[in-house]
Design a binder for this molecule. Structure first.
Ligand code: F6R
Length: 244
């Protein structure tokens, strides 16, 4: 793991966004793994600005998002699909048919998860995966547990994940379940960029970097991956300054 501490969120956004833009320029048919939440917003806005400046096209890129809430149709204002549409997809030349999402409304969850994993495999796997991290060490919605999951699955969100994400649900009740890519699929991405911003992430970063590899801190598995860039702001790095 290569960990870098940045003095501004803007530098993180530019560095992370440029990794994706660079991939798109060198490998126009690259496969991108995306995350939602507040953490990747800066990187997405950098990608949008590079597209608008005519420096990067995403017209042949394939995208796979980490997760989606159960029960929310794509066009629901709180769906992760809507989030991506608003913050990235609709503002670039990413083509609708190249956008892949778990369907949170699927009647047969097992089949839906198998379909998604097969799609990722058929695309040749993920070239570069963007990750945030939960305060409890989750990546995607792989919550702390007793084992590392392999493929996509339905997860019951923990109380603290519900609390963290409920801020996005003004008018609707937040679903208690989600479909998420498994740790196996995330881990097979050829490059991973994990961003953590803010003091509330300091403990999770401390556990990920310093603790043992355990499903109790799902992000800790990333220590076994040979191409992970961790980008931290000063506050997220506050408990690990002696080692990074
Ligand atoms: C989102 C996701 C989550 C978030 C994490 C951090 O698709 O999979 O793991 O990355 O919960 O969320 P924020 O960025 O809102 O702090």
């Amino acid at each position: 793991m290569q960990t870098t501490v940045f003095s501004s969120e803007q530098d993180i956004a530019r560095t992370a966004g440029e990794i994706f833009c660079g991939f798109a320029r060198r490998k126009p048919k690259a496969v991108f793994g995306f995350a939602t939440g507040s953490t990747p917003l800066g990187a997405y806005s950098y990608m949008v600005s590079e597209y608008r400046a005519g420096r990067t096209s995403f017209s042949q890129i394939k995208t796979f998002n980490l997760d989606e809430y159960c029960g929310l149709p794509k066009d629901h204002q709180n769906s992760f699909f809507a989030f991506m549409q608003q913050n990235l997809f609709s503002q670039t030349d990413i083509v609708a048919e190249n956008i892949h999402f778990l369907d949170g409304t699927a009647a047969d969850v097992r089949k839906e998860c198998e379909r998604y994993d097969a799609k990722i495999n058929a695309a040749g796997g993920i070239d570069v995966q963007l990750l945030g991290i939960g305060c409890n060490g989750h990546i995607g919605f792989n919550e702390p547990g007793n084992y590392f999951s392999e493929g996509s699955f339905k997860v019951k969100l923990t109380a603290n994940t519900m609390e963290e994400n409920s801020v996005y649900f003004d008018d609707a009740e937040m679903p208690g379940y989600a479909l998420t890519m498994g740790i196996g699929s995330i881990f097979r991405a050829r490059k991973i960029v994990l961003i953590a911003l803010g003091e509330q992430k300091a403990q999770a970063i401390n556990e990920m970097l310093r603790g043992k590899i355990t499903p109790r801190c799902p992000a800790s598995i990333l220590k076994l991956h040979d191409n992970v860039s961790v980008f931290l702001d000063e506050t997220a790095a506050s408990l690990v300054r002696d080692i990074v």
